[in-house]
Design a protein around this ligand. Structure first.
Ligand code: SF4
Length: 411
């Protein structure tokens, strides 16, 4: 549905005339033409007929995704689950790619109101030294045969900037075949530099696509710049990063369906522009900050998260859907058969938590504290085979050659 004065792009209500999609535009330009309130109204107006139509399509657009996450789709959740399972098994088999996050530092210059690591929180800050990084890598390898490592930092470019990340990647390379980072948004050149140090993927959460409210949640520091963050995904694509992960922080905006719809629109935009890239999505549900005391504006139920997961799989058969240890063990095991394709296991969310500083303050509370063997046993019990390695370091030279082409094509 569109409201007066709006037109639809890829099924999405927009105001005015949308900018033509070409390589000189960034996603923030597209976003200027998408109206938050019209999108919210369009989702609320979805009917059973819209849901039926979406379920019968092989290839859904954003308008169908809106129907599938809408309240009108709640009576269809069993049918959505069956369809989601079918698409997932066709594309991924009954497998689960496992990764482990490593926090290198909790030093941060930002003041996100929902995070215990914010700059105003007087706490001990840790920045792992190169020797400590290696000790963490070795400790992780003792937990399980992990090949997928996610390196996480707060945002402190002066103390943990690109050179620090390059060093961390160089040291990690002998231990892991697939290296991803979840750090501050970087320039295209910096992403390209890090690919030469073994970087294979970048995960970045936009947190929210609500431009005005974004500033309330991120009042100071580098992260307060909405455009820099949202256009970071274009820069990753232009740098030829092989894998891009995205997500919004569910609990910031009361209208979570609207935020997820804008993310779906962003995903489609990126897929059109950077089609060589692999994409993943994550649906983090907000936990109270350790020291911030931020009260979420909505609490997403398990049933709503399941519906969202099924909707995303029906919308996009190829996207990796990732669940972290924020979710309960029983829920993760259940969803492992119904659409989720990537999971973290054995996670510690404090810097140096595997060996150096096991008692430091966590960024968020882990809800699935099972050991790595217990996670893999749980997966096998529901008929899902854990996969440790889905990328080999020998692909890196091929990827770098492709990256060179991508940069020249987009310039
Ligand atoms: S969410 Fe990230 S950027 Fe924001 S305060 Fe926490 S660590 Fe820093």
């Amino acid at each position: 549905m569109t409201t007066a004065g709006t037109v639809a792009v890829d099924g999405h209500p927009v105001t005015g005339r949308p900018a033509a999609i070409n390589s000189t535009k960034m996603f923030s330009d597209e976003l200027l033409h998408i109206d938050w309130d019209a999108t919210t109204a369009a989702i609320a107006a979805k009917t059973a007929a819209d849901v039926e139509r979406a379920l019968q399509k092989e290839h859904c657009d954003v308008d169908d995704f809106m129907a599938l996450i809408s309240p009108a789709a709640t009576p269809y959740i069993e049918r959505m689950a069956r369809l989601s399972r079918r698409y997932t098994e066709e594309r991924f088999g009954r497998t689960m790619s496992l990764f482990i996050p490593l926090y290198l530092t909790n030093s941060c210059t930002n003041s996100c109101v929902y995070c215990g690591f914010h700059v105003g929180n007087h706490m001990k800050r840790t920045i792992l030294s190169p020797e400590e990084m290696v000790s963490e890598y070795q400790a992780i390898k003792k937990l399980g045969p992990f090949e997928n490592l996610l390196i996480v930092t707060g945002e402190n470019p002066a103390k943990a900037g690109v050179n620090y990340l390059a060093k961390a990647l160089d040291l990690a390379k002998p231990y892991f075949s697939n290296l991803k980072i979840e750090v501050m948004p970087l320039s295209t050149e910096d992403y390209a530099t890090l690919t030469h140090h073994g970087l294979n993927g970048v995960i970045c959460f936009q947190e929210t696509y609500h431009r005005e409210n974004y500033k309330l949640y991120h009042p100071r520091g580098m992260k307060s710049n909405f455009e820099w963050r949202v256009n970071g995904f274009d820069r990753m694509g232009q740098a030829g990063v092989h894998s891009i992960g995205m997500g919004v922080l569910i609990g910031l905006e009361r209208e979570w369906r609207t935020d997820l719809t804008l993310m779906a629109y962003h995903l489609r935009y990126l897929q059109k522009h950077y089609w060589r890239t692999k994409y993943s999505v994550n649906f983090p549900r907000m936990c109270p900050a350790e020291n911030g005391g931020f009260e979420p504006n909505c609490i997403m139920t398990d049933r709503e998260l399941a519906q969202l997961t099924f909707a995303m799989r029906i919308f996009d058969h190829d996207v990796d859907i990732s669940y972290s240890t924020r979710e309960r063990a029983d829920f993760r095991d259940h969803m492992a058969t119904l659409g989720v394709t990537t999971m973290s296991a054995g996670s510690r969310t404090e810097p140096g938590g595997y060996s150096t500083h096991p008692d430091a303050l966590e960024q968020f509370e882990v809800t699935d504290p099972r050991s790595v063997p217990a996670v893999t046993e749980g997966l096998r019990r529901v008929g899902v085979e854990p996969v440790w390695k889905d990328w080999d370091g020998s692909f890196d030279s091929l990827r770098l050659a492709e990256a060179g082409k991508t940069v020249s094509e987009t310039n």
